[in-house]
Design a protein around this ligand. Structure first.
Ligand SMILES: *Cc1c(COP(=O)(O)O)cnc(C)c1O
Length: 501
């Protein structure tokens, strides 16, 4: 058994390991610069030195012992190779969304339409008239194309676009109410998730929050009593990710608009999702469209580009020209403006809405939400059919009736009927199986319900069915095979408990 100093002395030099890595033969580090190679070797050597120093006792030192110098060189070389490979591996990878949540913020919200993808690629690879007036031959307005489409699609006098809806709300509060009061119902002081909370964004904008009413009931008289000479804005926030049920009251937007007019204050509505088409005929609860909210009397309306709209990340503000211009002319606008790729994709997405039926077909968020159950069901059956009976048995795979969610803080109570393939293998807990699915290439993100892994097929694309089936077949083979089913690192605890129930 080696002692610490002997082990430290046995460490090879950087040069020795580099010589090994440079040697011809399989595993040669083609295309890797000398510098990256040396750095990876130094890091690997240092990691081993630290492990030796950190080893608490004789026994743990013993586990670090290797028979020969040659073996140590090989070991460090192999580790350096791994380090190089890991550094080159992309962190951001495509995955299969089997959660059934159509607008999933953690998974990148909306997928872009083919047209939007094309526009985005073009804006990325060629120069464009982003803020250049082709007719006049000089500088022009940025985002003029999206503004024109938004005016047409919502009936607003003016429109502007920033980086995201949080930015649109922030900019509107700052530009319209800095140092003054904004009146909001207590029932609408929402947190969207992440760190977007109305009271916090209000404070950051420099506007003063005046809360009215109670959590469950707010009346027009509450607003009337709260409006002081310091008031600059009435704000209505769409409670997009929850519902208060039972004994409730909120003031309809139309009545609030009337009050705002009487007191000569603008009324702002933060819609969150903001739909441009009525989804009620497609089995989703009707929420007022952006155009309807404007028609009901809101003076400025903000919403996201990548929630129900189905475009890229963006924040839209539409409404009265004088108000929208205050946003667009504010010094902070420059800090919040969208990039050219988002503008290109947003413009193409909005163009699809010129024919709402086309938007329902072409904008993936809308087509996923409105896809008939029969078609989702066919996809679930197709996945099951691709698995051999013994694989299906090993995975405990079954067809199940489930409900998908819209997500993105949209239509919180609406559940879309869907079909799933559920997995409940006898030899693996749901948590362990879920971890296995996430470790696949491409990773599969599912949900766990009642000790089963649920693969909701509404959000699984047709072209993903075959690769998903292949991955599941491999997992089934591992479960069936005699070699022990080693848990992936760190999943030992979850693996130990059986599927149960
Ligand atoms: C989602 C949401 C926001 C924030 O929008 P982002 O696009 O995520 O910046 C703001 N307000 C409401 C009501 C929302 O639902």
């Amino acid at each position: 058994m080696a002692d610490r100093s002997e082990l430290l002395r046995s460490l090879p030099s950087v040069e020795e390991v580099l010589a090994r890595l440079r040697a011809p033969g399989p595993g040669g580090e083609d295309g890797v610069s000398e510098r990256s190679l040396a750095e990876a070797v130094r890091e690997s050597l240092e990691a081993r030195r630290q492990a030796i120093l950190a080893a608490a006792d004789e026994a743990s030192l013993g586990s670090l012992t290797v028979p020969s110098r040659e073996e140590t060189v090989l070991l460090i070389a192999a580790e350096a190779r791994e380090r190089l490979a890991a550094a080159r591996k992309p962190y951001l990878v495509p995955l299969i969304n089997a959660t059934g949540v159509v607008v999933h913020t953690n998974l990148g919200r909306s997928l872009l339409s083919a047209e939007a993808q094309r526009a985005l690629l073009e804006a990325a690879s060629r120069h464009t008239n982003l803020e250049y007036d082709l007719r006049a031959g000089r500088r022009g307005g940025r985002g003029e194309g999206v503004a024109r489409l938004l005016r047409r699609l919502t009936g607003a006098e003016a429109a502007t676009v920033v980086n995201n809806n949080a930015g649109a709300v922030f900019l509107a509060l700052r530009a319209l109410a800095e140092g003054r009061e904004v009146v909001v119902s207590r029932g609408e002081l929402v947190e969207i998730g992440g760190s977007f909370r109305i009271p916090d964004i209000m404070r950051a904008s420099g506007a003063r929050l005046i809360e009215v009413g109670t959590t469950n009931r707010t009346h027009l008289r509450d607003y009337e009593a709260a409006i002081s000479p310091e008031a600059a804005l009435l704000l209505k926030v769409h409670t997009s990710n929850f519902r208060i049920l039972g004994f409730t009251a909120e003031v309809p937007l139309g009545e609030l608009a009337q009050l705002a007019r009487e007191r000569e204050l603008p009324l702002m509505a933060d819609l969150g999702s903001g739909s441009l088409v009525d989804l009620a005929p497609h089995g989703l609860p009707g929420e007022p469209t952006v155009g309807e909210v404007l028609a009901a009397g809101a003076d400025i309306v903000t919403f996201s580009g990548d929630k129900l709209l189905g475009g890229p990340q963006a924040g839209v503000a539409v409404g009265r020209r004088a108000l929208v211009e205050r946003l667009a002319r504010h010094p902070l606008f420059r800090a919040l403006r969208p990039d050219k790729l988002a503008l290109a994709a947003l413009e193409a997405t909005l163009r699809a809405y010129l024919e709402p039926e086309a938007a329902l077909r072409e904008v993936p968020t809308l087509s996923l939400l409105t896809e008939p159950l029969s078609s989702v069901s066919r996809r679930a059956r197709a996945l099951l059919r691709r698995l051999r009976p013994e694989a299906r048995r090993a995975l405990g795979a079954r067809l199940a009736h489930v409900e998908s969610q819209v997500g993105g803080g949209a239509l919180p109570l609406s559940k879309l009927p869907s079909r799933a393939v559920t997995l409940a293998p006898e030899r693996l807990s749901a948590a362990a199986l879920d971890a296995r699915l996430r470790a696949l290439e491409p990773p599969v993100v599912a949900r766990i319900q009642e000790q089963q892994v649920v693969l909701d097929m509404r959000t699984v694309r047709p072209e993903e069915v075959a690769p998903l089936a292949r991955s599941l077949a491999r997992l089934a083979e591992e479960l069936l095979g005699p070699p022990n089913v080693g848990p992936p690192n760190g999943e030992g605890a979850a693996d130990a408990q059986s599927a149960g129930g």
